[in-house]
Design a protein around this ligand. Structure first.
Ligand code: NAD
Length: 347
């Protein structure tokens, strides 16, 4: 392309702007940054752009895809790994989609362990107490991770690193994966067995239509009393009402949530001083044994740098070459890679 490639970035935060400004010195793309999310109401902002760059909570539904196509946009560049927020089947043969499949699996796996340790050793409580010069230990009794059984759902890049970290703590690891890899030394079990045997359960699989609400009243019933549930994957893997009930009934011992199924209107924004209208989230946050972080697991310097590098490289590769390694379509999503992609683009 002789003309500069024009990209509209949506849902941009200060840290995105900083990392992309630095990386764009290598490309000199014409970038417009918008704080607003991409939606049916804001799609007009992409008019005349070659690509849009979006994050986890931009909702790319059918109407948005039609709008992008109408405004001449050819590429949706996700600056994240998951793409459950994109109507990927509808996008086929209309607009191309690229993702950042890996930027720092360590960032997410380490955050999951940070949440687990914080929860089981009551660090979140101790921090507030000692800030107020309250040095009492009452109510801060935790438990050893050593010897406990952790059930890992999803043993891809992040799940495997989380498993290594858990083994370092002397934990017993069992796992469930829809597509278990062979000969990796991981003990795979059925989901039911994982619910029944795990002291701690951590989610590291993508959200799909079939595993939505895999944590629900029925699965919670099968779990051990006192189980700790960690979700750094996608909020809708867990039915939040069922989780809340499980906590109220003292069945669930603790929960650490970096993601929440209704996070898109709340996470990444400052609501201090406001009335939060999501009663389930407010009730969860009020629980002493629930820790919520705001989709923060990815947020390390290393990850931000890798996200900017891969996103801009994806865009450059898409417009200048016949093939883009990180293009994804609904056929790729089902079988790993579609046959047209092996020869060029997905369609
Ligand atoms: P990955 O593709 O390397 O691994 C995913 C694993 O899940 C694969 O082994 C796959 O076989 C398995 N899987 C697919 N469908 C499944 C199902 N229905 N049940 C069980 N397992 C299934 O992905 P990754 O890089 O390890 O990332 C995992 C997830 O972490 C992403 O999908 C994303 O939702 C989430 N994530 C969150 C953050 C954050 O900041 N909180 C950041 C990055 C990724």
């Amino acid at each position: 392309m002789d003309q500069k490639i024009k990209i509209a970035f949506f849902d941009v935060k200060e840290y995105d702007r900083q990392s992309f400004q630095v990386e764009n010195q290598n490309y000199l793309f014409d970038i417009i940054y918008y704080d607003t999310k991409l939606s049916e109401d804001t799609v007009l902002l992409a008019d005349g752009c070659d690509a849009v760059c979006v994050f986890v909570n931009d909702l790319i539904n059918e109407a948005v895809i039609d709008g992008l196509v109408k405004h001449g946009v050819r590429l949706i560049a996700l600056r994240c790994a998951g793409y459950n927020n994109v109507s990927i089947e509808y996008a086929y043969e209309k607009i191309h989609v690229v993702t950042v499949p890996a930027y720092s699996p360590y960032a997410v796996a380490e955050h999951a362990m940070a949440l687990l340790l914080t929860s089981v050793r009551r660090i979140h409580k101790a921090y507030i107490r000692t800030k107020d010069f309250n040095f009492s230990l009452n109510g801060l009794t935790g438990f050893d991770l050593h010897g406990k059984t952790v059930g890992v759902v999803g043993t891809g890049k992040i799940g495997k690193i989380f498993i290594d970290i858990c083994r370092g703590f002397g934990m017993r690891v069992i796992a469930y994966d829809k597509f278990p890899s062979k000969d990796n030394g991981i003990e795979y079990v059925s989901l039911d067995e994982l619910w029944e045997r795990s002291d701690i359960i951590s989610f590291h699989c993508p959200l799909t239509s079939e595993n939505k609400h895999m944590v629900n009243a029925h699965s919670i019933e099968k779990m051990k009393k006192g189980v700790v549930i960690i979700n750094t994957s996608r909020g809708a893997l867990i039915d939040s009402d069922a989780l809340l009930d499980g906590i109220k009934q003292r069945k669930i011992g603790a929960s650490c949530l970096d993601v929440y199924e209704e996070e898109s209107d709340v996470f990444f924004h400052d609501f201090s001083g406001h009335i939060v209208s999501d009663d389930v989230l407010a009730r969860l946050i009020s629980m002493p044994n629930v820790i919520v972080t705001s989709h923060q697991a990815f947020l390390t310097n290393e990850a931000l740098q890798n996200i900017a590098q891969t996103t801009l490289k994806n865009i450059e590769q898409f417009f200048s070459e016949k093939q883009c390694d990180n293009e994804i379509c609904y056929k790729c999503a089902k079988i790993g890679s579609c046959s047209p992609k092996q020869r060029g683009h997905c369609f």
